[in-house]
Every structure is written in structure tokens, then in C-alpha cells.
Design a protein around this ligand. Structure first.
Ligand SMILES: Cc1ncc(COP(=O)(O)O)c(C=O)c1O
Length: 403
């Protein structure tokens, strides 16, 4: 595979690996980056060549057809597999497809799935609607259950799905404890590890079989593409995921793969900025009278701070907070959100620009009820100057108080 440094990549610093993995200027007339390879058909000169390609490993062998991979998707998959330390990766067209494909790869009619109650909303929809229609039952569990998950495993439980921290409510799961139980009981573990990226949380090292990343977020980093990545610990999981993705016709466009790989090259520097700025804003918010509690795993006040400190090497730029209930309810919230100048109100995260969303998870939670009365907010802290962001939030709080 293309790799400009034949040495063992893991001995090198992460910035070096991000810069040098999965590209080969010598194969591109000296150009630093691999050009786009748009295409469906690949032509062969001989029948032997064609038949050989059909039998080859799609991670390293000759290309067969656009759906099975092209130089741009292969480079991105190589990067993802190396960063997570997995046997192989599969890229698909969105983060949500990176959730659905491994579930469909590992579950069949009559199987049982254990899903964290803190999961991303559309992941819940996959379970309640798509999998349910196929005769696959889902039980939601308290994200803080840890090794207690053992009691929920049934004879037909095939998958335990985690998301840590939960992307709206920020519970940090005891992944090693859950993974240990799952391994002992022969259950596959998957984790939506989008928040931390492999730079701040190594899901496979912590015992997971499949790591899921919405590459739409930090890896691409500019809010201009959708993409998902699935990394499998071993050959067996990789093959099942790869075959399922192909069988359903999932595909990642070479332009998007190339754009994402360009983003990944600078991931370490960007994440460090997101982390520092988010902590500065979160600490300031924690001191404000309007805030009931912060939901940031790197703050000592977070109930799962000790687990975060044990398992993660950093925090990204996404966190939440609960506001104190306000007598003017939605009108106050509306005035605050609409008064913000630098925070776009919108979904997704991981780009250069700051965002905010409010959500109400009280009606969807079933295993670990959400009882806070005040508004639940989620902030994505972008690459702006954090002092400007703090001043912006302060003026919006003041404007909402006067409204
Ligand atoms: C935790 C998490 N997982 C998966 C996704 C889905 O990613 P995409 O928007 O690329 O489908 C999102 C999107 O917001 C997310 O927040």
C-alpha cells in the first residue's frame, strides 16, 4: 500500500503519521497529493488479470470497479485503519451509514441488540424502525451501566453498541468494562467514537471490535462534506462490514475521500485548538448564573470525569450545558439563541465555525431518564478566538434577560 514511510508508523508521533501515511508522491509524478480518480469501470487486458483482480484483497490488490474502491478511498481507509490500529477500514457516504452498515453486517432476524440510551437520535431511529422491521429487537441500556451490562445480555444478543461520550448528553461510558464482558460472552462491540476521533480515544485498544466515525465532523473539518468511516479490529469483522457495504451499494465519492484526507492531515493541530477553546468557554459558562450544570467530560465537575481521564487523551470542541429553568421558557431561549452572533444554529459539528443547538431528549430516553427541566444546549466551539465567543455568549445572555 502507498505509505511514504516504510517504518513502523506507530512508533512515530501522530503529526508525522498524519502527514506521511497513505500517500506516495513518487507514484504521482512527484506531486504531494494523490489526484482524484473518478470512475466506475476499470478495464483489464487479459482474462487472467480480470479473474485475479476479482479474487484479490480490496485493501491492497488491483482495483476492480469503482464501487469496491479507488485510489482515493483506499488511501483514506488506510489512514483510518492505521489511526485506530485495526485490520481494515471501510468508508461510506455519511456518518449515519457508518452506523447502519456494521449493524446490518452483524445482525440477523431474531437477534437482539443492546444500544446505549445516550445514542445519536438517527441511530435510535435505525433500531426502532429499520432493525425492528427486520425482526431484530433492541434494548436500551443506561450509558453508565459499565460491567452491569452482563445482566442484560440474552442468549440471542449479538451486538452491544456504545457512543462515548453521548453526543447530546455527554455521558462517558466505561468502554473497557463493557468490552470485557462482551468478549467473555461472545458479543460484538461497536462504538460511535466520533467525538474524540482516534487521536483522543483508541476504541480498538480499549477493547471494541468496530469503531465508527462520522468523518463529516473533525476529520474533514470544514462542514463541506458528509462521510463515514468504519474500522474493524480483525479480519472477520472487516470482511463482514466490507461485504455488507458492497452488497448494499454503499460508496464514498473520491472527491469526498480526498477532501477528508486533506482535513485529516491537519487534525492534530485543529483538535488541540478546539480542545483549548472549548475548555475556556466551558469554564466561563460554568461560572455563569444562567447555567444549572455543565456537560463537559474534561471538567472535574462532570460525573464521569475520572473515566474520561483514565481512557481519553484529550477532549474535542463539543460539549453541552443545561440552563436553569427560566420563567419565560422558550421565549427566553429563543432570544438567547437568536442573539448569538458567532454561533450558527444548526446540526453537525467539527467544522471551523462555532455552532449551538438546543434539544429535548426527555421523550426519547427509556433506560436512563433525562429529568432536567432547563434547556439542554450543545455548543460546538470552532476555531474563532475564544474571547470573542465568550463575549458573544455574554451579550446574548444579557439581551435575552432584557427581551
Ligand atoms: C455522534 C454522531 N454520529 C453519527 C453522526 C452522523 O453523521 P453524518 O451527519 O455524517 O451522517 C452524527 C451527526 O451529527 C453524530 O453526531
Amino acid at each position: 500500500m502507498t505509505h511514504s514511510n516504510p517504518q513502523n508508523g506507530d512508533a512515530l508521533g501522530v503529526g508525522t503519521r498524519l502527514a506521511h501515511t497513505a500517500r506516495d508522491p513518487r507514484a504521482q509524478h512527484g506531486f504531494v497529493n494523490t489526484p482524484l480518480h473518478r470512475g466506475s469501470t476499470v478495464v483489464f487486458r487479459t482474462l487472467d488479470e480480470l479473474e485475479g483482480a476479482m479474487r484479490a484483497d480490496t485493501r491492497t490488490g488491483p482495483y476492480i470497479y469503482g464501487l469496491m474502491g479507488n485510489p482515493n478511498s483506499r488511501e483514506l481507509e488506510t489512514m483510518l485503519a492505521r489511526l485506530d490500529g485495526g485490520a481494515g477500514a471501510v468508508v461510506v457516504e455519511s456518518g449515519l451509514a457508518a452506523v447502519s452498515v456494521p449493524l446490518l453486517a452483524m445482525l440477523s432476524s431474531g437477534d437482539h441488540l443492546l444500544m446505549t440510551d445516550s445514542c445519536y437520535g438517527p441511530s435510535r431511529h435505525i433500531c426502532n424502525v429499520v432493525l425492528a422491521r427486520m425482526g431484530i429487537t433492541t434494548s436500551y441500556y443506561d450509558p453508565r451501566i459499565g460491567a452491569g451490562i452482563d445482566a442484560l445480555i440474552r442468549p440471542n444478543t449479538r451486538v452491544i453498541f456504545m457512543e462515548s461520550p453521548g453526543s447530546l448528553t455527554f455521558e462517558v461510558q466505561d468502554v473497557p468494562a463493557i468490552a470485557r464482558v462482551a468478549r467473555a460472552r461472545g458479543v460484538t462491540t461497536m462504538i460511535d467514537a466520533t467525538w474524540a476521533t482516534p487521536l483522543y480515544f483508541r476504541a480498538i485498544e480499549h477493547g471494541c471490535d468496530i469503531a465508527i466515525h462520522a468523518l463529516t465532523k473533525y476529520q474533514s473539518g470544514n462542514s463541506d462534506i458528509l462521510l463515514g468511516g468504519i474500522v474493524a479490529r480483525d479480519e472477520d469483522h472487516w470482511k463482514r462490514v466490507k461485504h455488507t457495504a458492497e452488497a448494499h451499494g454503499h460508496y464514498a465519492h473520491p472527491d469526498d475521500c480526498s477532501t477528508c484526507l486533506r482535513g485529516i492531515r491537519s487534525l492534530e493541530v485543529r483538535l488541540a485548538w478546539h480542545q483549548a477553546s472549548a475548555l475556556e468557554v466551558a469554564r466561563w459558562l460554568e461560572s455563569r448564573a444562567e447555567v444549572a450544570r455543565m456537560l463537559h467530560p474534561a471538567l472535574p465537575s462532570h460525573p464521569d470525569h475520572a473515566i474520561w481521564k483514565r481512557d481519553f487523551t484529550g477532549a474535542s470542541g463539543l460539549f453541552g450545558c443545561v440552563l436553569k429553568p427560566h420563567p419565560r421558557g422558550r421565549a427566553h431561549l429563543k432570544a438567547f439563541l437568536e442573539g448569538l452572533r458567532f454561533f450558527g444554529m444548526g446540526f453537525s459539528w467539527g467544522g471551523f465555525e462555532s455552532l449551538v443547538v438546543s434539544s429535548d431528549v426527555r421523550s426519547s430516553r427509556v433506560a436512563a431518564p433525562w429529568t432536567d427541566e432547563g434547556a439542554l444546549l450543545r455548543f460546538q466551539i470552532g476555531l474563532e478566538d475564544p474571547r470573542d465567543l465568550i463575549a458573544d455568549i455574554a451579550q446574548a445572555f444579557d439581551a435575552a434577560a432584557r427581551a
